[in-house]
Design a protein around this ligand. Structure first.
Ligand SMILES: Cc1cc2nc3c(=O)[nH]c(=O)nc-3n(C[C@H](O)[C@H](O)[C@H](O)COP(=O)(O)OP(=O)(O)OC[C@H]3O[C@@H](n4cnc5c(N)ncnc54)[C@H](O)[C@@H]3O)c2cc1C
Length: 460
């Protein structure tokens, strides 16, 4: 149980988001008590007692200009992100990726946080989200940043504020999202099943031979092995495609590849099997593969799907995956400022909001730290608009996609697209898209950034 202190922000979890949120609060002069259970109790993936432990890869993704992760870092730097500063200090050579010496990275973060007289760390497992009444009584706030492996008791407590079991997930089952522009239009058509709809679905018809070899490829593809702590506890309604294929060669044709209610305009016939893609955003630039959650390794997804003519040059915004992951249905349980609709003094930060990855989780921690600092100090901090990278991520977790809500990594599909123009290559348009986001961010800073503290540039 958190012993709520007056005028203090209680941060639950000393992972990436919790550390970044704490830092943003401290630099605005707000007192922070961070509750991190390790090493007294640990998760199945963490190995140390370090703050902001990187549980797997040591990479915080690309630094290449013209890439979404680079735009996100550019924005985080403007807010003096501690995670990013630590990463630059602990950087190890890894081409264009920002890879780090994980021990130095965590040491730097601890040292910076502990250097503040306003910071206190308590080693304990929190088992209950403090109530709004208690937090109000003490004029304090809570930031819940307990991550994808939040302990069971705390998750059960959060569930009470989530309005129903289906709004807090313990596993994700993610279908790939593709770049619409990368698909070969010769081999697809737009149609809704039984003609019911407004042309929301893109269809890829498969012949019997194509379907049979697709099933063979899925069965033979390498899959991501489950971690020891991950049980194969799939929901029947969202089984991975390889599990369906293992159940029988026809299962997929009666599942996500069912052709019923579909007529291929080229043949005037119902196809043997049919893959459907659905819009993920208003622009239609992102398309998700309906019912295609998969544990195939990422290069295997590319190899297997690319054999289908429509997908020959496919580009992914998000790969499919299935893993243990505690996260809320953000748009249903979070307010626009990332507080719980059912407990407005408790804010969610990090992967538990439904973003995916180290940098993305840190970015949400950063924004929440700033917002809560604003509430504590009477300053107003505004969330960057959704045509910036941070704004797009916040929009995703609070407003959501057109399709099903599933954890999202940073990618260019979240930003407004740049129209195709003759003589302008796709790579150039990506750079323009990133530049537009940076411009939008600079405008935001000019308008609202005056109250943030000056920072030194450390990315260059
Ligand atoms: C097995 C695995 C592999 C991953 N590999 C990658 C990868 O290679 N690249 C990548 O970008 N992302 C990866 N991720 C995702 C990545 O770990 C998260 O995006 C990121 O760590 C999320 O940051 P966070 O601060 O939200 O959570 P975390 O970094 O997990 O921090 C949460 C903290 O809360 C603490 N905590 C949990 N419950 C309680 C409680 N009840 N009381 C007190 N403290 C508590 C935990 O000990 C932890 O320190 C992986 C995740 C897992 C589970």
């Amino acid at each position: 149980m958190v012993k709520v202190q007056t005028g203090v922000v209680h941060v639950i979890g000393g992972g990436l988001a919790g550390c970044e949120a704490s830092w943003q609060l401290l630099r605005q002069g707000v007192r922070v008590v961070m509750h991190e259970m390790r090493p007294k109790k640990t998760t199945a993936a963490h190995k140390t007692a370090d703050f902001a432990e990187l549980v797997c890869s040591n990479s915080l993704k690309s630094m290449n200009s013209g890439s979404a992760p680079e735009v996100l870092k550019h924005e985080m730097q403007s807010f003096d992100s501690l995670i990013l500063r630590a990463a630059m200090r602990a950087r190890v050579p890894a081409g264009s990726a920002l890879a780090v010496d994980r021990l130095l990275f965590s040491q730097y973060i601890r040292q910076e946080l502990e250097a503040s007289p306003l910071f206190e760390a308590v080693c304990e497992e929190v088992i209950e989200v403090p109530s709004e009444d208690v937090l109000r009584h003490h004029q304090s706030f809570c930031i819940l940043a307990s991550g994808p492996l939040t302990t069971d008791k705390l998750a059960q407590s959060l569930l009470k504020y989530c309005n129903g079991v289906d709004q807090l997930a313990f596993y994700d089952a993610i279908a790939p999202i593709l770049e619409a522009e990368s698909l070969d239009e010769q081999h697809l058509f737009v149609a809704d099943r039984y003609g019911k709809g407004e042309g929301d679905y893109v269809n890829i018809p498969l012949s019997k031979e194509q379907y049979e070899s697709f099933v063979d490829d899925i069965l033979a593809a390498e899959k991501v092995p489950l971690h020891g702590f991950e049980e194969t506890k799939y929901f029947e309604s969202c089984l991975p495609i390889e599990v369906m294929a293992e159940r029988g060669r026809e299962t997929l044709r009666f599942g996500p590849l069912k052709p019923v209610g579909i007529v291929d305009p080229k043949t005037g016939q119902r196809p043997y099997a049919n893959i459907q893609l659905r819009r993920e955003n208003d622009q239609g630039s992102m398309l998700s593969m309906v019912g295609f959650q998969t544990k195939m390794k990422w290069p295997e997804q590319k190899r297997v799907f690319s054999k289908i003519p429509a997908f020959a040059s496919m580009e992914f915004f998000r790969y499919g995956s299935v893993h243990r992951n505690t996260y809320v249905q953000g748009p249903k349980v979070l307010a626009k400022d990332l507080s719980l609709l059912a407990n407005r003094r408790t804010f969610l930060a990090g992967q538990i909001t439904g973003v995916e990855g180290y940098t993305e989780s840190s970015a949400i921690g950063l924004i929440v730290g700033r917002l809560v600092a604003g509430y504590c100090t009477g300053k107003q901090y505004t969330i960057p608009p959704k045509n910036t990278m941070i704004g797009a991520l916040v929009d995703y977790v609070t407003v959501g996609p057109k399709g099903d809500y599933a954890p999202m990594n940073v990618n260019l599909g979240l930003l407004p697209t740049i129209q195709k123009r003759r003589g302008v290559s796709k790579a150039e348009r990506k750079v323009q898209q990133c530049d537009a986001a940076k411009q939008a961010f600079n405008l935001y800073l000019q308008e609202y950034g005056a109250s943030s503290l000056p920072v030194q540039g450390y990315l260059d």
